[in-house]
Design a protein. Sequence first.
Lengths: 342, 438
Amino acid sequence: MTPAGSTPRWGILLLVTALVIAAAGTYAAIAFGRFQESMAAASSARVASGVAELTKATVLFRNTASGQGYGMIGSVPLSEPAGARSLTDVACDRVYGTLQDIVCLKTNRGLVTNFEAVLLDPDWQQTRSWAVPGIPSRTRMNTDGSLVATTVFVTGHSYGSAGFSTETSITAAQGGGGTGSLEDFALLVNGTRITAADRNIWGVTFVPGQSDTFYATAASSGRIWLVKGSISARTLTAVHDGVECPSISPDGTRIAYKKNTGGPLAAHWRVALLDLATGTETVLSEQRSVDDQIEWLDDQTLLYGLARDGAAGDSDIWQINVDPASRSALYIEHAWSPSVVR
Amino acid sequence: MLRQEGSAIYLSISDRNGGKKDLASADLSPAGPRGKPFRLSPVILCLGLVSMLTDVSSESVSAILPLYITGFLGLSTIAFGILDGINQGASAIVRIAASHASDRLGRPKGVALAGYGLSMLARIGLLFASGFWALTGVVTADRIGKGIRTAPRDALIAVSAQPEYLARHFGVHRMLDNIGAASGPLLAFFILMLVPNGYGIVFVVSLAFAAVGVAALALLVPNLKTGAPGGSKPAGKTGPAWGFRWRLLREPGIGRLLVAAGILGLLTVGDGFIYLVLQDRDSFAVQWFPLLYVGTNVVFLVLAVPLGRLADRWGKARVFVAGHVALLACYLLAAAPLGGLGPTVACLVLLGAFYAATDGVLAALASQLTPPDKLATGLGAAQTVVALSRMAASAGFGVLWFALGPSTAMTVVGSCLAAAVAASWFILRGGLRQRTAV
């Protein structure tokens, strides 16, 4: 047998190659055609005419309705969340905002795909941007819009590796630096400093009306804590176990979060509440696994995103009352990353 | 007696390669390997093309998988990180088993084909997997496939290459391999640029590349024999034992090689950390993060053949150790308080040079130092030692990173690496001296 093989073998290989290219090419062409069709198609959600206006008592979100405007920031008034949505022409993976400033985490697709955080003014014009080192996961802004927290997944440190970790930092919105990675803060658990290498911090929530204090999730060696952070002291102090992606209530008394009731690998996250004064935990009735940082609609109602069954890339925003007896209900269809503008 | 044994081996290799009988004498002449012109083996060219196609397939998926999992499916990725460690361990075990099987059969092609085939099947699974466990299964199958195929494929390269141009042949293979590794991610991101949620297209295109790769391996690469000379004669039983044949060679023994590679591997912290250090001091590196990998791969593919040639002339162990000096320089450059484009690019060049001087050259060294009936086992052992020691290095470096900060940690590891380079050179030279004494 010669190394190059005989002519029939080359012939078979050419035939196989031609067939495979034809099949893959056909698939790609059909998918590309469908994509162009869907881009040109009207939105599958009701869209109001004109550009969205940033006003009090609205909910900002990422529009996930197929058709024109997919992926753009949308808004609906609190008075009519299921009504027609107003859209902007700004694409975001995660969005959060106040009446003056909006932060948008986005993926810049290209041969070199990278990620950035963008600050927008109320006219949706970019005022500032900075590169973030991974795939957007969470973002929050404090009440006066001076601080922006971002959490991203640092994607594999080599193409071959599927190892992931998070990178969370707080940035001063008007420039002038920030905290750098929160992993560099001192993590204190029961008075002991944790120095293990596998520390991960994610999901910052700012305490209303305070410029230095925040809560976040810290994890190390399989343990997960709710930590109270101080920007000036550069510390993270564990205050409770098992709290992920905390979100503090507008009145500052409770924390809504996701609680893992499954295993470390097969997570199942329930929506739960922690009373900060008493340390009492309440698990709400939502049975589906919620992987989101919860947003407070008001002091009694929570909002969170859930992937839509059978429609990858689409999701809905749901609401639930903090009363454990109440049931969840659909709040905004085809939407993700809710942010209530108060 | 020993010399005859050695020449018989090379005769049989050159016979399979359609080579000439005078090869053995050329190899045994102490003057070195310049007696015979370099002729690229078509088998190695085919294997290189198979690897290139397979790397386009696997790297295109690897590059976008995090985006697919988090951005599109909305799954948390921390758990995938936990599984990654388990996967790497499993892959090491499979690698050893597969190389052993390859040697038992005496024909590596079937084992390699099984590995490539499994990875191809994983691509099919990717089209249907959307849950955590399904994706985990797919990624694990791909890893296992990679673990299975590497050692038998390198064994095929080793028996097809002219012995005096072994490292250069490995260099040609690694060059083709890295062309695939560098272009796969670009292809994937190009598809996503045209169709933002076109993950399905990337998976189908990836499957197409994998399928053509498997077909090319099955159809074009002959079912070569490794093992003892004399074909089906029972020579295998009387073949040289471990540690026997190396005395014939210009290079130190496999045992010493494994020790040296392990020590150096323990101080090879992984590109990820170097990229993180670069990102830490420079926003440029954050912005162009994905290009850091491509840049390293491009340097690797450009230097793979020249450094392979150098290894054949100057000594494979020397080039292998010198490659770690390039890594050391890269550490020191990363630790230095320099920002900007220049040092970042210089770091990538040094890192690429490190891979070009060590990856194929280690395989060439290991295959040269291993008795032919244990060829795949020797190759698999070297690869496993390197993979496991580098895994340990990354874990240890993570601790140092947090305890000392990136720059100091880099400097500490750099200092240890300097000592390890000297030590490993001493270890490998010890083997050389032992050889000269015979």
